[in-house]
Design a protein around this ligand. Structure first.
Ligand code: E4P
Length: 231
């Protein structure tokens, strides 16, 4: 069960990568445009930071561009191609040569079947965009997962286009191996109103007992998880 961040915003990625919970990054031309950066600079900075799996989407001269990226970025490079005849041809050629390929813009099980046949490492069903078009995105994840299970397919399901925290857990529940999500959704995964309330009570009770019952060692002066190094 892996978590990827769906962004090209390097400072934000690095902040979250430090948690040790992030397994990879997905980018696309729209996210690159939003970052205002040269994609190669983004990939280089992420590679240097140790991000182990970076999806890099190719648009023009797909095979040539993909091979150039694979040569420069090696193990961390996952080539992202669209689910089109040309994209799947490139997928087959690269997969045969041991390069990971993520087939993107997947909207039904038929596309996932072709992608698996083309040797894709990942298929990316777009849950949010399906929901926007009155098709249950999670059901599509589930049907891909069932086909792959019955046919013993090794291609992994990378659930994409995630718009809320609820969809994250449901995507895994429906068979996604990986969920890629915007940083805001990742941040939202930590949160629950009862966690906040519970912490407030525990912190207050801790402070009350500290005053009346025990003398804590001098280093134990911070609240829950606010400064882990001190504990
Ligand atoms: C996946 O790899 C895509 O980058 C992404 O999840 C698309 O999400 P959107 O539909 O929110 O643009």
């Amino acid at each position: 069960m892996k978590i990827f961040l769906d962004t090209a915003d390097v400072p934000t990625i690095l902040k979250h990568f430090e948690t040790g919970l992030i397994d990879g990054i997905t980018t696309n031309p729209s996210l690159i445009k939003k970052s205002g950066r040269d994609p190669l600079d983004v990939y280089r900075e992420l590679m240097i930071a140790g991000v182990p799996d970076i999806s890099m989407e190719v648009v023009e001269d797909m095979e040539f561009e993909a091979r150039r990226l694979a040569a420069e970025f090696g193990e961390v490079c996952t080539i992202k191609v669209p689910c089109t005849p040309e994209g799947l041809k490139v997928c087959k050629q690269l997969s045969d040569d041991g390069v990971r390929v993520n087939v993107t813009l997947i909207f039904n099980a038929a596309q996932a079947i072709l992608s698996a046949k083309a040797g894709a490492t990942y298929v990316s069903p777009f849950i949010g965009r399906l929901d926007d078009n009155s098709v249950a995105g999670l059901e599509v994840v589930r049907s891909i997962s069932e086909v792959y299970r019955v046919q013993n397919v090794k291609t992994q399901i990378l659930a994409a286009s995630i718009r809320d925290v609820y969809k994250v857990s449901r995507a895994y529940w429906n068979g996604a191996h990986i969920v890629t999500m915007p940083p805001k959704i990742f941040e939202g995964m930590y949160k629950h109103i009862l966690t906040d309330k519970g912490l407030e009570i525990f912190d207050k009770d801790y402070q009350d007992s500290k005053k009346s019952v025990f003398n804590p060692p001098p280093f134990a002066t911070t609240k829950h998880g606010k400064d882990l190094d001190s504990f």
